[in-house]
Design a protein around this ligand. Sequence first.
Ligand code: NIG
Ligand code: FE
Length: 399
Amino acid sequence: MPANPSVPGGSPDPAGPTLLLTGIGELTTHDPAHGPLPLRDAALLLEDGRVAWTGPARQAPAADTAYDVGGRAVIPGFVDSHSHLVFAGDRAEEFAARMTGTPYSAGGIRTTVAATRAATDEQLAANLARLVGEMRRQGTTTVEVKSGYGLTVRDEARSLALARQVTPETTFLGAHVVPEGSTAEEYVELVTGPMLDACAPHARWIDVFCDRGAFDADQARTVLAAGAARGLRGRLHANQLGPGPGVRLACELGLAAVDHCTYLSAADVDALAGSGTMATLLPGVEFSTRSPYPDARRLLDAGVRVALATDCNPGSCYTSSMPLCIALAVREMRMSPAEALAAATLGGAAALDRDDVGHLRPGARADLAVLEAPSYLHLAYRPGVPLVSETFVRGRPAG
Ligand code: NIG
Ligand code: FE
């Protein structure tokens, strides 16, 4: 039995390099060594911001500090692999009009582009920090952030420079829509030329909105190839607004992820199943645009690897909540609670080509959420309830 000094109440301030979380009623690690079910009455040892050990509390090693979480459930922090957090203003009126019958279209993006261009760096940074704070308090420990509301060389580059301050998972989405005053041909030249030159140093990924009202497959191919030549890995927005070639293009190019996947043909499902490309489902979008949900069951049953993300943005889905996405995935897309939790953690990590986050195996980054609940099942069972009581990033309390 360990003889640890314990921290009564509140979050721990580790006194040394090791911290033992103990009294964990249910611990989800995604460690195959523990089998498919969460551990009960468990403990987790953190050392220098990494997971050092997990197992039954009675077998826990000694640590510099111990923190008894009082029977609450612990899960890996959420990996939100798709968001658009660099913007100004909101589109609440557009949302209200949609709820009384106006359909969603890509054209609304231009409203946010105008507001974003008019904002100062400080205003954009403050809005970004506010949204990342919301995410942290809801258990998200890794977030991908896209540009895409600037659509000029200056505004795309500053969007990515700001995003880079909050996450290494930054995505250049100059090819979001064609801005007013340009033809598609002119704009693709700008995106693949001077805009890419200015943005590539700040980005890890490149993305294209390949859908009706945005870019076609040839344009997407051109933009992704230009990005790849600058070392940016590709991802795509595809098949959100209707059927199209985007999903198959993503699979053909071996992209890390293709996101939305709302309208899929049998050939799209086969292509996904035979590829290493993750299908990222964004059920908050269907909720907020009153659209049909993607058929997650069909994808999972076909062997497609699925991630869940928020797509947090002021137009199609203004939620920062991964717990809401889990609840929607379970209730509306017939994913099991275990599948939804895995898609929101391990799935998001795979969509970002990361193996250090999304799980709590020894060596993982100590990113986790403590739930005000005895089981992760409550994430779907108690929708809308703020169940994340503490978030740890690299072993430190962070929200
Ligand atoms: O992922 N689909 C394209 N882009 C965003 C929406 C952007 C907006 O409406 O402002 C999305 O849904
Ligand atoms: Fe998006």
